[in-house]
Design a protein around this ligand. Sequence first.
Ligand code: NAD
Length: 502
Amino acid sequence: MKSDYIVGHLIDGKMVSGTGKSQDVYNPATGAAQKRVLLADQKTVELAIASAQAAFPAWRATPPLKRARVMSRLKQLLEQNAEQICQLITAEHGKVLSDAMGELQRGIENVEYASYAPELLKGEHSKNAGPGIDSWSEMQPLGVVAGITPFNFPAMVPLWMWPLAIACGNTFVLKPSERDPSSTLLIAQLALEAGLPPGVLNVVNGGKEAVGTLLSDPRVQAVSFVGSTPIAEYVYATGTAHGKRVQALGGAKNHAIVMPDADLPMAVSALMGAAYGSCGERCMAIPLLVAVGDATADALIAGLKAEIAKMRVGPGTDASNDMGPLVTREHFEKVRGYVEEGVAGGATLVVDGRKVAVPEGYEDGYYLGPCLFDHLTPSMKIYQEEIFGPVLGVVRVNCLQEAMDLIDAHEYGNGTCIFTRDGEAARYFSDNIQVGMVGVNVPLPVPVAYHSFGGWKRSLFGDLGVYGPDGVRFNTRRKTITQRWPSAGVREGAVFSFPSNQ
Ligand code: NAD
């Protein structure tokens, strides 16, 4: 059954339909099409860009403290409306409600960081850089900034981007995932309620055409992207070819090393959440477990099997479930295909989630139970490629160096972690591993809002991570001013040597 509920665009402070096609938004828990989302065409995206461009001069001139106060009010509104936002996330993404609450809370922390704008934008000042000369650096906004975000964190990832960009004095056009757009849109509407003037934040829903327009329009100064690596690479190449500043965060395949001396029950609990939380649809998820020594591998597999047997899979709205469905039927088929590929490729399927039982009424949802493979090898496709589903594979190695070499040889470098009680091993690992975010006995080392998020290798294209100090730098342009006010009436002759303090 088709729904007539339409998800539109937020342009210039108003909900509009614009022009373009539309597509279904599904409830992955039931498989039913529940809404339609409009897909902005070039003309509609250009309206949003024009609105952001028009709003820029006044917003740039608004004192940072006033911009920051909007963020403080938004934080309160997000807390007050958390239940409704998370219901929307679960209804369109499928993740369990407690997980949606977690992502929203992390997003709120980014709003809180953006509310420190006056402190973040103070710049640097040097008195008497030369005789009677003062010099200072300012962090000036760029103008119109665009954000393009993935389906897996519809609240948090957009909140990594636009609150800080806007607090820095930019105006923004956000293009969220067309697969679960409603929570993102509701949050943007709350930002208007918090006091953002029309045009400062615009949201256009859409796909390729909308993205292409944002990447080529000369009025867009910078683009933040988060999504899969092939699209990140395209966004980086296209955006920079059009002279824009671009940060494009891509996919991942994160390894967890477990050393023989680790607290194994603790590692098992941590890995359960990291591998199967959010159905494995997290860029910081752990889909690969590298066990040092066969005894470690055997003990971990026994522990994981026992924990998996206790897991409940079903709709995310039922608080007793640990894991919901995958996001779409297409993605479900893709992840299932990887499980089949793993079996055909010679890995040992220890736990098969393909025939998971779900509650009555949810048979058409996109459920795949937790899957556990043993004896993965680096030549296997299920080792190399990002699956983005509830599939954990165990690789057996003999020593820490062998485990680290595997990680360093992998194309992705987003996150990694080690479980050990040996401080020297942990220190050597975190010092040398070629990965951007590292956990020591911490399975999901997602940096807090006042640090910055970013992977290495093919997990990030560009120089700067998102949010935190990198986010401030990405969203501002440094200007350095050197100034003197000579006494009236003093006239000096021309100086032909290069100015210095010699
Ligand atoms: P995706 O790359 O399919 O989509 C991301 C965005 O790009 C969406 O807004 C989508 O509409 C747009 N898009 C998709 N195809 C496009 C095309 N051909 N041309 C132009 N735009 C296009 O990613 P997804 O499936 O929504 O999200 C999952 C991926 O995101 C995973 O690979 C995951 O690892 C990654 N991710 C990375 C991070 C990180 O911080 N590194 C965080 C979250 C998710």
